[in-house]
Write a protein that binds this ligand. Sequence first.
Ligand code: AMP
Ligand code: TRP
Length: 328
Amino acid sequence: MSKKKIVFSAIQPTGNLHIGNYLGAVRNWVELQKNEDYECIFCIADYHAMTGDKTAQDRRDQIILMAAELLALGIDPKKSTFFVQSHVPEHTELAWIFNTITPLAELERMTQFKDKSKKQAKNINTGLLTYPILQAADILMYKGNFVPVGQDQIQHVELTRDTARWFNNRYGEYFPETEALLTETPKIMSLLEPTRKMSKSYGLSHVLELADEPEVILAKLKKAVTASEPGEKSPGVENLLLLLKNFADETVYNNFVEAEKNGTIKYGELKETLAQAIGDYFADFRENRTQYLEDRSFLATVLSEGEIKASKIAKASMKEVRHLIGIR
Ligand code: AMP
Ligand code: TRP
């Protein structure tokens, strides 16, 4: 085993990535994999996505799409282990073991469970409840030390720490304590309802997708909520300025911040400048994404190489875990 700290994260394959996913998590993944102190493992969480309402064909397409998008953003399978969760079925075995040590009440108080139960009231399946247990299994299978995610996942990473403690207390010290790693932008807000996080579940006009063409970005930004009076503090304007800070030149950003302070800001101009900056920033991404999507056999090869690397670690972990809990 290497002495490097293990970075583990995952994302559900549920369509195109949006700017919240990028600024909250994936940009950080790409940075972390450049750091020699870390061993990075990134996973497409297709078992987790099964708690939603997708068809089998949707699932096939979305796994491929997520692989193409992550590679296009710079996830490098030579530097990181990059694989599909269901290709390593040991994850579900470890999740079962964690089921037996997790108090029900801990799952029932999870914010995401409560939110999703409201959003998909006709499909409150048990997987929605036990979702964080599978997430703990993902992370602890690889003895993950750091988990780069957005703010909405902190509660799940805390539950992972608890899971490790419950296991270690009962069966002996084995799993490490895991910590969430946040970026400076852990929560990007919706364009249309900037008091809520940016999420596709509210509708596509709430989010900017990384694959959106420049004219789509502009059209969506034009509808974004700002403030009724220039200079008035508003979450919508704060959110747009935060995006500008991340995608435009510093001087451009500083000028708009200044204009906001002295009440001369023109929201139309802010939106056009921001649309241009985001469109430019992701131009290469859009091109790479198209190319990857045209080469499905390359994507399949990358994922099967990732599967081999991840499986090796997962098999070794499960051998030890089965022994610790006394079933082998
Ligand atoms: P999901 O699409 O829910 O699988 O989320 C993938 C990653 O993006 C997770 O690390 C989330 O915490 C992060 N994320 C999702 N939405 C946002 C947002 N609006 N702002 C920042 N991070 C986000
Ligand atoms: N639940 C995470 C999300 O919705 C995705 C996920 C699954 C994950 N397993 C994980 C994130 C392990 C970090 C670590 O974004």
